[in-house]
Design a protein. Structure first.
Length: 133
C-alpha cells in the first residue's frame, strides 16, 4: 500500500513524515526503513528506524530506484514500513514517478506500508501518480 505526501517546498511534508516515522517505529511489530537523499532526519526520527542515505549510492532513474527499493524489501521480510523522503531528488520526473510507484506497489503488496514525499503541487501530478493520493 502506497501513500503520498504531496506539497510544495515548505508546506510541512517533512514534519508530517517525521511524525509518521516515529509513530511507526513505536507501534510496528517489524522494521521501519527510511530512505532519503541526505542524513537530515538523523536526529529527528526514532533510533529504531533504519535510515539509509541515498547519496552514498549512485541511484539515478526509475529502474535503479526500483531495484534499490526492491532489494531492501527482498533482503528483510520483516519490513512493515518503508518511507522515501524527497523522491524527486533522485533525478526522477513526475511522469517517471508513476512508473516507479506502480513497480514498488507490486512488490510491496499489502504487507508493507510505503510512504513517499513528493515536492510538487497536487495539480501538477500526472494521473499515474494521482491514483496513489
Amino acid at each position: 500500500m502506497i501513500k503520498l505526501i504531496v506539497g510544495s517546498k515548505g508546506s510541512g511534508k517533512t514534519k508530517t513524515v517525521i511524525d509518521m516515522i516515529n509513530n511507526a517505529a513505536k507501534t510496528s511489530n517489524g522494521n521501519v526503513v527510511v530512505i532519503e537523499k541526505s542524513m537530515a532526519l538523523t536526529y529527528n526520527i526514532d533510533h529504531s528506524a533504519r535510515l539509509i542515505d541515498l547519496s552514498e549510492y549512485d541511484i539515478k532513474g526509475t529502474d535503479a530506484m526500483y531495484g534499490f527499493m526492491a532489494g531492501i524489501l527482498a533482503g528483510n521480510y520483516d519490513i512493515t514500513d518503508l518511507f522515501l523522503d524527497g523522491v524527486l531528488k533522485c533525478g526522477l520526473t513526475l511522469d517517471e514517478l508513476g512508473s516507479l510507484l506502480d513497480k514498488v506497489n507490486s512488490v510491496a503488496g499489502d504487507s508493507v506500508h510505503v510512504v513517499v514525499t513528493v515536492s510538487a503541487n497536487e495539480a501538477d501530478l500526472p494521473e499515474s501518480v494521482k491514483k496513489y493520493l
